[in-house]
Design a protein around this ligand. Structure first.
Ligand code: SF4
Length: 366
């Protein structure tokens, strides 16, 4: 049963140099036709029965779509997706593209949760990241979202950015937590292939330092804990009861459907990715094609599935079932105390293991 739905809106005003998602400037794309294509894809989908419990609009920049377009299209989307009461519906918000009217339209349509891409309150760090917003615009966006009455607001932050200092990071955390978010996602910057940052990393202009990463990570763990938040996944912190149900679904291996160009779906251990080509995507979806000629299809066998469970679930506070790791005692040793077994047969990261989660998972695959 498919309970989780992801919708990919690939448009961005400006391309951030670290970002590897499928996105592009809207150019001459017919927005109304693009939105119709999304609903057409969903209507034509036959990959499995659906009883949608969570929806996530990501991108790209979903809030680049105008309030007028959203107002016309969202009721149709709600009908086709079968969104009813109790559904957790998240929309990623870029600080520069949210207005009071747009926030009201989203709220009216049934959006319950918004995720504001602040990244940093330091203008220097924002400039390095190539973000198109200023701290003042993020503050204004925060005011608009809180005023619109969403049930939950998440703030996205990033650390270990070139040129960032630990003082700047502390200030960003303090300012974020003082504003009282329900949820914070704090990501360690990674250098993804096919990005401008990756090229600079390869040229040696940018580097990674695990000691520095750890110091940044410690700051966010300590400050969010002091603010009463639960650290429920390596990069995610929530006020009790405000954990993201959508992401928890992914981590737990639940089926999910992704619509839109470049969106990934996984249903009954079959994973596919839509074409990363908005023009072709629209042509095919609007022609009512039930199969959008996915760019890639992968059948996840038992071993691939087990590896993924370890990689994703070990990063969560619940940990992973020990049956995925029959040799867990040896693993405890090879990860140098990064892992332990709790009652109930689940393996969880120790305090030490949280700092080195990726390398713990890599050891387990070895
Ligand atoms: S980080 Fe967000 S805003 Fe920047 S290019 Fe990527 S999707 Fe667009």
């Amino acid at each position: 049963m498919i309970r989780h739905l992801y919708v990919h809106i690939p448009f961005c005003h400006r391309i951030c140099p670290y970002c590897s998602f499928y996105k592009h400037e809207p150019g001459s794309t017919d927005t109304a036709a693009f939105l119709r294509a999304l609903t057409a894809e969903l209507e034509a989908d036959r990959s499995g029965e659906r009883a949608i419990e969570t929806v996530y609009f990501g991108g790209g920049t979903p809030t680049l779509i105008s309030a007028a377009h959203l107002e016309r299209w969202l009721p149709e989307f709600v009908r086709v997706a079968g969104i009813g009461r109790g559904v957790e519906w998240t929309v990623e918000v870029n600080p520069r593209t949210i207005t009071e009217r747009k926030a009201a339209v989203l709220r009216e349509a049934g959006v319950t949760r918004v995720s504001l891409g602040v990244q940093s309150w330091d203008p220097g760090v924002l400039a390095t990241l190539g973000r198109d917003h200023s701290p003042e615009e993020a503050e204004e966006a925060w005011r608009v979202l809180r005023g619109a009455g969403f049930e939950a607001v998440n703030v996205d932050l990033m650390f270990s950015v070139p040129g960032q200092t630990i003082e700047s990071w502390r200030e960003t955390l303090d300012r974020t937590l003082e504003s009282g978010p329900d949820h914070v996602s704090a990501y360690n910057l990674t250098y993804e292939e096919d990005t401008a940052f990756f090229e600079r990393f390869q040229r040696g202009e940018y580097g990674r330092d695990e000691v520095v990463d750890e110091a940044y990570f410690r700051e966010v763990m300590e400050r969010t804990a002091a603010a009463g938040m639960v650290h429920y996944e390596i990069s995610n912190y929530a006020r009790p009861g405000y954990e993201s149900r959508h992401n928890q679904g992914y981590w737990a291996g639940a089926d999910y459907l992704g619509i839109g160009p470049g969106a990934v779906s996984t249903v009954a251990r079959r994973r596919w990715k839509n074409l990363e080509n908005t023009v072709l995507y629209m042509e095919r979806a609007l022609a009512g094609m039930t199969v959008l000629q996915p760019a890639t299809v992968e059948e996840l066998d038992e071993s691939a599935w087990g590896c993924e469970r370890i990689a994703l679930e070990l990063r969560t506070a619940r940990g992973v079932e020990s049956r995925y790791l029959p040799e867990w005692a040896r693993a405890e040793e090879t990860t140098a105390g990064g892992l332990t077994r709790e009652e109930g047969e689940r393996l969880v990261l120790t305090e030490r293991g949280k700092y080195v989660a990726d390398s713990v998972a890599a050891h387990l695959w070895a």
